[in-house]
Design a protein around this ligand. Sequence first.
Ligand code: GAL
Ligand code: CA
Length: 349
Amino acid sequence: MKGKKRFAWAMVCWACGLILISCGRNHAASEDRLYVGVAFYNQSDSYISELMNCLKEQFARMGEGDMKVTMAMRDAAGSQRTQDDQVKEMIDAGCNVLCVNLVDRTDPSTIIDMAKEKDVPIIFFNREPVSEDMMRWDRLYYVGADAKQSGVMQGELAADAIRENKRIDRNHDGKIQYVVLEGEPGHQDAIIRTENAVDTLKNQGIELEKINCGIANWNRAQAQNRMMQMIGQYQNKIELVLANNDDMALGAIDAYKKLNFTESARPVFFGIDGTDVGLRAVVDLELAGTVYNDKEGQAEAMAKLAEGLALNREMKGLKFKNKKYVFLPYKKITSDNVGGFIGKNGGRN
Ligand code: GAL
Ligand code: CA
């Protein structure tokens, strides 16, 4: 019995080996087989981990039909060197399309060279390579969202709230004292979101006074620390916190909770993403608003693009900018419409 089982396993492994070897040799995909290699920069990033769940669902759904879909996923844990090795491994194993969330968005050369050599198209996502790199090969694509739009929307949400609620200007000086919590330096979504949120508020006639700005790398714990320092420095002077993402807005709220500030003594907080915890904070009225970073839409676009590129199929319903870019629109969220976003991802919230 044991011998038979072992033999059966040996046959399965042999067959799998053959599939991988044959695909490794000629990287053209057989008509109905999609092997996608997904590389992402860091599992500990809340938004990315939710986006990866959406992507898994998309490819799983695709595999329910006639097409055979295999997906490998690799977490680079913040190291570009690790990611380069992971991509090499997936190309060697025979993947016919890659989805890459670069660790260092200015350093995709190794990955592009390896993929080009084996003619494996790449869909970059969320961390946008610079345009010179995108031009290096016609089989490079990008799926993401327009950073400027998210900043403008955050500014509009904050302006509406400030106009509607006079208590936000706690010291009644006609100006809003604000701080910014910024994402990773060099990330396309960090500086652009900040600039556009602040400009939008100003364009809407809101008088602002900038108190401080802290970098917290998208991270909740780092944001809490930065906020604790700022509260130590400025006590109850801060009236508005603009955070480049939900996790950092939540970190700022954590700081105020930890220091036992009553709700009326806290500033208003705005985030971006609409992560599960972010949406919950909007429902609980802790976060005044956020901007939905459409992970379902991005995952769907990536899956369609992957299928189209690997199997040379028509890509229905995808709108390209400059032939290479697919940008999904952001959406504004407040407590008025948050219900429509909860459960969007199949009820995992
Ligand atoms: C942004 C997102 C952040 C973070 C970052 C990672 O689009 O808003 O929360 O996930 O991507 O690249
Ligand atoms: Ca004020």
